[in-house]
Write a new protein. Structure first.
Lengths: 432, 264
C-alpha cells in the first residue's frame, strides 16, 4: 500500500504575541515531524545592555515585551537588588505585588477572553464573538481595564510603566488616593472574575492530559509573584541563584533554536498551570472556592484547562490587590537607598506566562558587564512541541481544517509570547 | 443607493515588542466602537481571519532589521492606501537601533551560540527609510488617545492632530513643577515631543525621551545644562542613546559626546 503523508501547516500563527508558524508532518497516521517555527526578528537585548548603568535596566528590559513589561521590570530590579544585597520590604514590596496583580489581570483577561476563548467557541476572534456574546466581551473588557488601571496608577502608564526603579519606585501613592482610585473598580472586577471562572469552565474542553513536570516559584505563605524557591512536582527545590546549575539551553539537531531544559529530566512546563498545581493552597480562600465550585481540583494536567486557571488567577489577583489596598500604609521614602557594588545578581519572577529569569554581572561602578534573560515562552517551547507530538495522533481522524485549528489551540494554551522568547529562538526544525 | 463599504484596517508587525498594537486592544472603552467603524481585515495578533488587501488603513509597528522584512514592507506599502507607522521602532528604529552603534556580528555571537543561523541587517531602521509613510505616531508606547485620534481623523478624511511641541508644554499644562529646575534632575523633556502626558516628571523623574525629538529641538543646549548638572559625557551619551537613539537629533548629540569622551 502506498504510504500517505499529510502536513498541518499554519504559516502565521494568529492570536499569539509575535511572529511564529507551525509545521506538523504526518506519515501513515504517525507524526514524524513537529516544528514550532519562530521567525520573529531577533533584537539582541542582552548585547546592548552591556555597558549600560544598572538604573537604566528596568526601562530597557520592559521593551522586550509590550504585554508583560512589569514582569521584565520586576525580574530585573530583583536581580539588581540581589547583586547589591538590598531587601525591599513592607509597603514597597506590597506595591510591587500590586502592580504585578494589575499585569496578571490585564494579560490573563486579554488571553482568556480575546485570544483563547474564540478557539473553544469556533470564532476567528473576539470581535466576531462579541456579536453573539456581547455581554461576555464587554464584561471582559471591563475586567481587563481594571488590571490596566492598576498598572497605570502605580506605574504611570499601562504599557512600559515609568515608575519602577531599583530599590522601589520614583513616587508612591498615599493611602487615601490609592483607595479612591482603585477600590470600587476592583470590587466590581472581582465579581466579574468570579463569573469568568464559571464561564471559562463551561467551555467545551478537549480531553487531553500529559504528565508534565511543572516548575514554578513557591513562597512559604503567598501565591508567588517576585520571591520564593524554584520547585517542581518531580522534586526540584532550589534557590533562584541556582537556576544556571539546574537548567540549560539545549541545541537540537539541525536547529537554530535553544530549548530550555532541566538538565536532569528535559522538558518542563511553566505558567498558570504550573503555579496552580504547585501553589493551590496559597490561593486566597475565594479563589480556591471558585475553582472547586467548577470542579477544578488542586491538580490539573489538561493544558486546555489553562483557560480556567487563568480566570482563577485573575480572581486571585483582584482579591490580592484589594487586600493590599486595604492594608496599605504609605512608606516614608519611595525607594530604599541603593549603593551599587560589583557582583552577580539573579532574579526570577512569575510573569503571566511563567517564570522569567534574569542574571546580571555588574561592576563596582554599577555598569552591566553580562546579562542573561530567559523568558517563559522559550522554556515552554519544547513542552508545546511535545503536546503536539501526542495531540495529533490522538485526533488524527479529525477533519484537516479542524485539526489545524486545534493544533493552533494547543499552542495558544501556553499564551506564547514570541516577541519575548526571540532572544534565544530563531527557527526550530526537528528532522525525521 | 449602495451601502457604503466599511474601510479595511490592517495591522502589521516588524521588529518590536507588540506594545503599540496592544494599545489598540487596550482601548477597552472604544474597541468595540472601532470594530463597528472599520473592518478589521488583517490583525493576526487579535484574529485568525485574514481578508485580502488592498487595505484602506495600515498601522505598521516595528523596525526593519532583516532582509526579509526589508522586502515585506514594500508588499505592505503596495497593499495599503494610507500607511501610518506606530511607535518608536517604526518611526526611529526603536531601542534595537542601539545595535547601529556597534557591530551586529558581535551582538549575534553574544546572544546566540550558533551565530551562523541568525541573519540580521547591520542596522535597525525606521519604516520611512524604506517606503513612503503617510503619517507617523511617536512613542514607546504610542498614546492610545493619539491612536484613536488618527483612526477617527482617517474616517472623517481630515489630518490627525498630534502636537509637535515639547514635553515641557505638557508639564506646564498639568502644573508639574520642573524637575530639572527645582530638583536638578536631568530631563529630556525640553527636546522630546509631547504625547505621553508628561508622566515621568509627574512621577518625580526626568523624561527619557520615549516620543523622540520634537520639531526643531536643540539638544546641544540641553546637553550644556546636563554638563552643568554634573553629568559626564558617558552619562550624556547614555541619555540621548535610549529608546529613540537613531532619531537624527538624538543620534548626533550622542555621537558628539562620544567623540568628546574619546578625545578626553
Amino acid at each position: 500500500m502506498k504510504s500517505k503523508t499529510t502536513t498541518i501547516k499554519v504559516d502565521y500563527l494568529a492570536r499569539v504575541e509575535g511572529e511564529g508558524g507551525l509545521y506538523v508532518k504526518v506519515k501513515d497516521k504517525n507524526v514524524t515531524d513537529v516544528q514550532l517555527r519562530i521567525f520573529e526578528p531577533p533584537r539582541f537585548f542582552e548585547a546592548f545592555l552591556l555597558g549600560r548603568d544598572y538604573s537604566e535596566v528596568p526601562d530597557i528590559t520592559a521593551r522586550i515585551c509590550g504585554i508583560c513589561p512589569v514582569a521584565y521590570q520586576m525580574s530585573s530590579v530583583h536581580a539588581m537588588e540581589n547583586a547589591f544585597g538590598i531587601t525591599v520590604d513592607g509597603p514597597l514590596r506590597e506595591l510591587r505585588r500590586l502592580i504585578y496583580c494589575g499585569e496578571w489581570i490585564e494579560s490573563h483577561v486579554l488571553h482568556f477572553s480575546m485570544l483563547h476563548a474564540p478557539d473553544f467557541l469556533g470564532y476567528p476572534d473576539a470581535i466576531q464573538m462579541a456579536k453573539d456574546h456581547p455581554e461576555i466581551v464587554q464584561a471582559a473588557l471591563k475586567l481587563k481595564k481594571a488590571g490596566n488601571d492598576i498598572v497605570t496608577f502605580i506605574g504611570g502608564r499601562e504599557i512600559h510603566p515609568i515608575n519602577v526603579r531599583v530599590g522601589g519606585f520614583y513616587k508612591v501613592p498615599n493611602r487615601r488616593e490609592l483607595k479612591r482610585r482603585l477600590k470600587d473598580q476592583l470590587e466590581e472586577a472581582r465579581e466579574i472574575a468570579k463569573v469568568a471562572v464559571d464561564w471559562t469552565a463551561s467551555l467545551p474542553c478537549p480531553d487531553f492530559e500529559r504528565d508534565y513536570e511543572y516548575v514554578a516559584l513557591q513562597h512559604p505563605d503567598e501565591y508567588p509573584y517576585n520571591e520564593g524557591r524554584l520547585v517542581s512536582n518531580k522534586g526540584l527545590d532550589i534557590g533562584i541563584h541556582e537556576y544556571p546549575d539546574y537548567f540549560a539551553e539545549e541545541h537540537v539537531a539541525h536547529s537554530t533554536a535553544l530549548h530550555s531544559v532541566l538538565k536532569a529530566r528535559g522538558a518542563y512546563h511553566v505558567g498558570p498551570l504550573a503555579r496552580y498545581n504547585l501553589n493551590f493552597d496559597r490561593l486566597s480562600p475565594m479563589a480556591q472556592e471558585a475553582a472547586r465550585n467548577v470542579g477544578l481540583g488542586s491538580q490539573c494536567y489538561n493544558p486546555f484547562k489553562s483557560i480556567v486557571v487563568r480566570a482563577v488567577e485573575t480572581l486571585y489577583a483582584c482579591d490580592e490587590a484589594l487586600r493590599i489596598i486595604d492594608s496599605y500604609e504609605m512608606p516614608d521614602e519611595p525607594a530604599v537607598k541603593v549603593e551599587p557594588r560589583a557582583g552577580v545578581g539573579h532574579g526570577c519572577s512569575e510573569a503571566p506566562r511563567g517564570i522569567l529569569y534574569h542574571r546580571y554581572r555588574i561592576d563596582d561602578e554599577g555598569n552591566i558587564r553580562d546579562a542573561r534573560i530567559i523568558p517563559p515562552t522559550s522554556q515552554n517551547q519544547k513542552t508545546i512541541e511535545n503536546d503536539l507530538w501526542q495531540f495529533v495522533p490522538q485526533n488524527i481522524n479529525t477533519a484537516h481544517d479542524k485539526l489545524t485549528w486545534q493544533c493552533e489551540q494547543v499552542i495558544r494554551n501556553y499564551d506564547p509570547c514570541i516577541s519575548c522568547s526571540t532572544h534565544f529562538l530563531k527557527l526550530h526544525i526537528e528532522q525525521e | 443607493m449602495p451601502v457604503k463599504r466599511k474601510p479595511k484596517l490592517a495591522v502589521w508587525k516588524f521588529a518590536s515588542c507588540d506594545g503599540c498594537q496592544m494599545s489598540l486592544l487596550d482601548c477597552e472603552d472604544e474597541l468595540l466602537a472601532v470594530a463597528e467603524a472599520v473592518e478589521i481585515a488583517n490583525f493576526p495578533e487579535a484574529s485568525r481571519a485574514v481578508m485580502k488587501g488592498p487595505y484602506d488603513l495600515s498601522l505598521v509597528e516595528g523596525s526593519i532589521t532583516t532582509s526579509h522584512d526589508a522586502e515585506r514592507i514594500h508588499q505592505v506599502r503596495r497593499a495599503s492606501k494610507f500607511l501610518v507607522t506606530i511607535g518608536a521602532c517604526a518611526t526611529a528604529g526603536g531601542l534595537q537601533a542601539l545595535r547601529n552603534f556597534g557591530d551586529v556580528k558581535e551582538y549575534i555571537s553574544y546572544v546566540y551560540p550558533t551565530p551562523d543561523y541568525i541573519s540580521a541587517l547591520q542596522k535597525s531602521t525606521p519604516i520611512a527609510d524604506h517606503v513612503f509613510v503617510d503619517y507617523e505616531l511617536r512613542g514607546c508606547p504610542i498614546s492610545k488617545q493619539q491612536l484613536l485620534e488618527t483612526i477617527s481623523a482617517f474616517l472623517h478624511g481630515r489630518r490627525p492632530i498630534t502636537p509637535p511641541h515639547s514635553v515641557c508644554v505638557e508639564c506646564k499644562r498639568r502644573n508639574t513643577v520642573c524637575v530639572m529646575v527645582a530638583q536638578g534632575t536631568p530631563c529630556l523633556g525640553p527636546v522630546t515631543q509631547s504625547g505621553c502626558g508628561a508622566i515621568c516628571p509627574a512621577y518625580n523623574r526626568g523624561c527619557y525621551g520615549c516620543f523622540g525629538p520634537m520639531e526643531s529641538p536643540n539638544p546641544p543646549a540641553l546637553a550644556t545644562w546636563f554638563e552643568n548638572l554634573g553629568m559626564s559625557d558617558t552619562d550624556i551619551v547614555r541619555s540621548f542613546r535610549g529608546i529613540n537613539a537613531y532619531a537624527d537629533p538624538f543620534r548626533k548629540e550622542s555621537e558628539a559626546h562620544e567623540k568628546q569622551n574619546y578625545n578626553n
